[in-house]
Ligand binder design. Structure first.
Ligand code: PLP
Length: 431
């Protein structure tokens, strides 16, 4: 059994393979499941994350056309790092999604997508170039996910001066088959440029695809840790009450995946969309912002969430709005609250979190102040060591490190400067 997908803008259903390789639907819409498949019986008994992944993704994709042992091996290889749920004070838990190679949750989607694309391309004897607009973590996760894959090249677009020093090193490290472009513009410019080249029929002909969170192949594996967190809350911490999740949000990919997990039969009592100053979505949820009428992007310390126009909104807007608003509510968190939360979490719980995670914790606090109770799971979306400047600003003298990042100091880097125009990028790609 496998699910079919359709564009948010209509048309007939397509297979997973088509949705994966198209990225964006030909009509400019995003692929959504025709129906969210129910969680298969016995999924709660999954003993490990890869086992959960095989069971849940199996309900969506069958064996994805790869044959059974191959699909299981692919999943086990994609998710070969731990996913701990660690307790903080006051019935709060951090779901640590930063133990993959680039120390951010984007590794889950990127590693799965890279492996499944590569396996399917190899079957067909084809090659592809992946175009990725990144606000920091996406690009490095995608480049890392695809490095060593035979059938895929990667083009990265990132906004100049708007990613951290470490992120920039991760993005621009020299790797075979990976080209990084430093765009003199915002993340939204990068995203627009990517969308524009991807919808160019001539370039598509040559084999272009996307790997942003708009690709369904990245979104589907992101449901897994929401379900894993539920299991771990019960099994490892003995908590039976259904949790509220707080998810640091930018393009709303993670949140959309969480909504799918809930619709599939997950037990989230509620989902908090935790935004920084780019808080159009919380306003929309409250009914005081128009759909698709997006403001300019504001720069913040939680820069992976500096998104004015969340690309996955089109998927959420495709769901039943009333049902969505019953499940999801949102908060916009200021820079002061972010720093204060980071400091307090260090002082109270002895844990240094990244600024995005701090936004998630602050939003949970706001939600509790507004009267919502119960266990709270905050998605820790990146490792604190990726944002040493912000951590030291919140907690003077604190220097968080991670071995994977220290090794970066020695790598050779390269980036090609580019204006914020799709025409310039098209020239490069066509040349
Ligand atoms: C990408 C990212 C986010 C935002 O996730 P979306 O799926 O785009 O909403 C939050 N935190 C970190 C660290 C990220 O890299």
């Amino acid at each position: 059994m496998s699910t079919t997908f359709r564009s948010t803008r209509g048309g007939s259903p397509v297979t997973f393979r088509e949705a994966l390789f198209n990225g964006l639907a030909p009509d400019g819409g995003l692929y959504v499941p025709v129906a969210v498949p129910e969680l298969p019986a016995g999924w709660e008994n999954s003993a490990s994350f890869p086992e959960l992944a095989r069971t849940v993704l199996g309900a969506w994709l069958g064996d994805a056309g790869l044959g059974e042992p191959a699909f299981s091996r692919l999943v086990a290889d994609a998710f070969d790092f731990p996913v701990p749920l660690s307790p903080l004070s006051d019935g709060r838990y951090l779901l640590e999604l930063h133990h993959g190679p680039t120390l951010a949750f984007k590794d889950f989607g990127a590693r799965f997508m890279a492996r499944i694309m590569d396996a399917l391309l190899e079957q067909e004897g084809r090659r592809l170039t992946i175009v990725v607009a990144t606000s920091g973590d996406t690009g490095s996760a995608v480049a890392a996910g695809f490095s060593g894959r035979e059938s895929v090249d990667v083009v990265l677009l990132y906004p100049e001066g708007r990613v951290s020093r470490l992120q920039e090193r991760q993005l621009t490290m020299k790797r075979p088959g990976v080209r990084a472009f430093r765009v003199s513009g915002t993340f939204d410019d990068c995203q627009r440029m990517a969308k524009e080249v991807l919808s160019d029929p001539e370039l598509r002909e040559r084999g272009l695809s996307s790997a942003n969170s708009i690709n369904i192949g990245r979104l589907l594996p992101q449901q897994l840790y929401w379900l894993w967190a539920e299991l771990e809350l019960r099994r490892a911490h003995g908590v039976t009450e259904n949790p509220v999740f707080s998810v640091p949000s930018g393009n709303l990919g993670n949140l959309t995946a969480g909504v799918y997990a809930r619709l599939a039969g997950g037990s989230a009592a509620g989902i908090i969309a935790a935004h920084n100053a780019n808080d159009w979505f919380p306003h929309w949820l409250r009914g005081d912002a128009e759909a698709f009428s997006f403001p300019e992007t504001v720069r913040t310390r939680s820069n992976a969430m500096d998104v004015g126009a969340p690309s996955n909104f089109e998927r959420l807007n495709d769901l039943d709005g009333e049902q969505l608003r019953r499940l999801v509510r949102g908060w916009g968190i200021s820079e002061e609250e972010t720093l204060g939360q980071l400091r307090r979490t260090y002082e109270t719980d002895g844990v240094a979190v990244c600024p995005h995670t701090a936004v998630g914790l602050a939003a949970l606090e706001r939600d509790r102040a507004a009267g919502r109770t119960g266990p709270g799971i905050v998605l820790a979306t990146a490792h604190a060591a990726k944002f040493p400047e912000v951590v030291a600003e919140a907690v003077p003298g604190l220097n968080v490190t991670a071995p994977a990042l220290e090794a970066l100091a020695a790598v050779e880097t390269e980036a090609i400067p580019l204006g914020p125009s799709a025409a310039a990028l098209k020239e490069w790609l066509a040349g």
